[in-house]
Write a protein that binds this ligand. Structure first.
Ligand code: SF4
Length: 453
């Protein structure tokens, strides 16, 4: 019984933190918008949402119209309303930054899309079938976006998804207290409603081959995103109490919440958005103390500022210039401590960031009960190799205009082409790339049809 009560408490911790705007707040905020001509907020949105238009629709009570304006430009616009770094994008560009405060564009976007979700709106209709078939490998933001646009053009689209549900990062990788699964499911449903077939629990290279795909479909769009967290390459990674941040977040969204973290001391290694998610997740799972260890400083941290502030409000501590050396276990193979070394910043590396250098003799031991690895994500190398695609350390090479890979009729977009100075890893940029890949593919296939006439 006591355990049941604890689990109920934990569940409450995972309810969405931001309550969103109420009707009055949304209207007041919408009325503040100046509906700028040549609005800078539109230009700052990677998907080019017509922001003044959707805000005007909210102001005039046309919430379906507002949601449609948002979702037509961004097929994952309901998720992006919650996870976009708006202060760096649309809100950062709002002209009202110069006088009062920017329009709360993200919150208004959420208000309109929440209305559509609550009222079970279906916003789009599939285009007239054009007789062509496309397979989209991966049903995350980029894949859903490509599939949606292709379905609107009239393609028969099948999404091949390795997981039990589509949605990718939005379904599994972002903590539910910031992005509940229901939001991502609705976006998936919008795509499904265009007769898009979503084949889940299917791995390319295992359940179906690339040759079978290329025989069955006119083109393939590879939009698989990223995989697990890489190894730290230190002693003790196999101990009980060492977690992969991506897996941990996924478990909180798919399984009953664990009580293993209650009263525990947790360290998270890394300082990106996933590290912040893992740290705030640990707090909500009842950890007594949560520290983020990062080998560089706050300036080099890749987490968004709002994520950092959110973690601090949750009581997460940050230990800058600290690198783990080994994880220490007890006789039962459970984590009891982590040995770290202090770092200093040295010369700039090839990525332009100053490289962290260990300070000899500065080792120290931190007693901990759990270690969460959050130092980035590995690429889906077996899949990239299965397709035989040209790549640069796992970053698939594409023609930047046409999104064509080195293999004929295979296109790629999203995180699978991000990295090595190419693109930016945001949900919203993945969504835009999905759209652009769909337009490029449509143009190529239309041209080949015309040539053959
Ligand atoms: Fe409205 Fe700000 Fe965009 Fe102007 S820049 S249209 S005020 S949201």
């Amino acid at each position: 019984m006591a355990n049941g009560v604890v689990k109920e408490d934990l569940k409450k911790n995972f309810e969405e933190v931001n309550p969103g705007l109420n009707d009055r707040e949304a209207l007041e905020e919408a009325y503040r918008c100046l509906y700028c001509y040549d609005a800078p907020c539109i230009k700052a949105c990677p998907t080019g949402i017509d922001i003044p238009a959707f805000i005007k629709r909210i102001a005039t009570g046309n919430l379906k119209g507002a949601a449609k304006t948002i979702m037509s430009a961004n097929p994952v616009g309901a998720s992006c309303a919650r996870v976009c770094p708006t202060e760096e994008l649309c809100e950062g560009a709002c002209v009202l930054n110069h006088s009062t405060k920017p329009i709360m564009i993200g919150d208004l976007q959420r208000y309109a899309t929440d209305w559509a979700i609550k009222n079970e709106q279906v916003l789009f209709q599939a285009g007239k079938k054009n007789g062509k078939k496309v397979a989209v490998v991966g049903g995350g933001p980029a894949g859903l976006s490509a599939a949606r646009e292709l379905a609107l053009f009239g393609y028969e689209v099948t999404i091949i998804e390795a997981e039990a549900e589509a949605g990718g990062l939005n379904t599994y990788g972002i903590v539910s207290f910031r992005l509940p699964k229901a939001i991502s499911y609705w976006e998936v449903q919008q795509v499904k409603s265009l007769d898009v077939n979503i084949q889940t629990n299917t791995k390319v290279g295992v359940d179906i081959t690339k040759d079978e795909l290329l025989n069955q479909f006119d083109a393939v769009v590879l939009a698989v995103g990223m995989g697990k967290v890489p190894s730290l390459h230190i002693e003790g990674e196999q101990l009980k109490g060492v977690y992969d941040a991506i897996e941990l977040v996924k478990e909180t969204k798919t399984k009953e919440l664990t009580d293993e973290f209650i009263g525990k001391r947790v360290v998270v290694i890394g300082a990106g958005n996933t590290a912040i998610d893992a740290a705030t997740c640990s707090v909500r799972l009842g950890a007594e103390n949560v520290k983020i260890l990062y080998r560089r400083t706050k300036e080099e941290m890749t987490a968004y500022d709002f994520e950092y502030e959110f973690a601090k409000q949750d009581g997460v501590e940050f230990r800058w210039l600290t690198q783990p050396k080994r994880i220490i276990g007890d006789e039962n193979g459970r984590v009891v401590a982590i040995e770290c070394i202090k770092m200093k910043l040295g010369e700039k590396g090839v990525d332009g960031r100053r490289r962290p250098v260990p300070i000899e003799g500065s080792e120290f031991i931190l007693p901990v009960d759990a270690v969460i690895k959050a130092i980035g994500q590995i690429r889906h190398m077996p899949l990239i190799e299965h397709f035989g695609l040209a790549h640069n350390d796992g970053v698939v090479q594409v023609n930047p205009k046409t999104y064509e890979t080195s293999v004929q009729n295979v296109y790629a977009c999203g995180d699978v082409i991000f990295g090595k100075g190419q693109g930016e890893a945001m949900v919203v940029t993945a969504a835009q790339q999905g759209k652009e890949a769909a337009y490029a593919l449509h143009q190529q296939l239309s041209e080949s049809v015309n040539k053959n006439v």
